[in-house]
Design a protein around this ligand. Structure first.
Ligand SMILES: O=C(O)CCC(=O)C(=O)O
Length: 251
């Protein structure tokens, strides 16, 4: 499915942008994300909210594949897990899944690697599937090339220390709806806030090697255990086991 030059690009740079889906699949993706977004009351999955200059907004939905057959199919069968398996060198399990909405006025994410936020696994790969166009103006992802060999020095939020961030070159990865960015859990990335009039919704599944086990349930149990025991403080919205999100809480 991926060419050798795709695999070489991923191994060298720590990320790869591809466009594997037909128009129908991209259209269905938009419809499925609308379904998640518009069901806000009494949902069996996990929704998170942030306060923006335009009022409270949903910022993330996660742990939804047990309840949505279409998204379960997209994330666990066929193209996506096969491509990620080609890059990881063996078949993969879905480790976790989330939608980051970044609606107009939504906040960005500090420079970080995903690996410190992912217990139980040594190696994982995340995927960003653009639902809306993702641009510099509405807070697209920015990455550092070829810096995915090790865990980098972190601050007390679990984010990459400022000194490293300032000394390395970051570049934007703009995406059209349906574009797919695959990146190593050690690839440094960050994103700005959405300063445009257009939402920037994206679906992010993360996969681990099957040889490490099927750990999705264990991941969400651990995440909820930690969330119930501690917080990032009253001024933060807690989305992750690290404190990378810059959004303000809804009070
Ligand atoms: O959605 C974004 O802009 C960045 C997402 C991200 O880095 C994360 O959720 O860890």
């Amino acid at each position: 499915m991926l060419s050798q030059s795709d695999i070489d690009h991923f191994q060298l740079k720590g990320w790869l942008k591809v466009r594997p889906f037909d128009d129908e699949t991209v259209k269905n993706l938009g419809t499925m994300i609308e379904e998640l977004q518009s069901t806000s009351e009494d949902v069996p999955w996990l929704n998170h909210y942030e306060m923006t200059d335009h009022g409270p907004k949903i910022c993330r939905t996660e742990n939804f594949i047990p309840f949505h057959a279409g998204l379960r199919h997209l994330l666990t069968e066929g193209t996506l897990p096969e491509m990620v398996g080609d890059l990881l060198g063996e078949p993969v399990y879905l480790y976790k899944e989330k939608v980051n909405y970044k609606l107009t006025g939504g906040a960005g994410f500090r420079p970080h690697q995903d690996a410190p936020a992912y217990p139980f696994i040594k190696k994982s790969i995340s995927v960003m599937i653009a639902v809306d166009a993702s641009t510099e103006e509405n807070g697209c992802l920015e990455v550092c090339d070829a810096a995915h060999q090790e865990i980098l020095p972190m601050d007390d939020r679990g984010c990459i220390v400022e000194q490293w961030t300032l000394q390395h070159k970051w570049h934007s990865v703009e995406m059209a709806p349906g574009d797919v960015l695959i990146f190593d859990a050690l690839t440094p990335h960050r994103s700005g806030s959405n300063n445009s009039a257009y939402d920037r919704r994206a679906l992010f599944p993360t996969y681990n090697a099957q040889s490490e086990g099927d750990l999705r349930t264990a991941y969400y149990e651990e995440k909820m255990r930690v969330f119930n025991e501690s917080s990032h403080g009253v001024n933060s919205v807690r989305l992750s086991l690290i404190n990378d999100f810059e959004g303000k809480p809804v009070v």
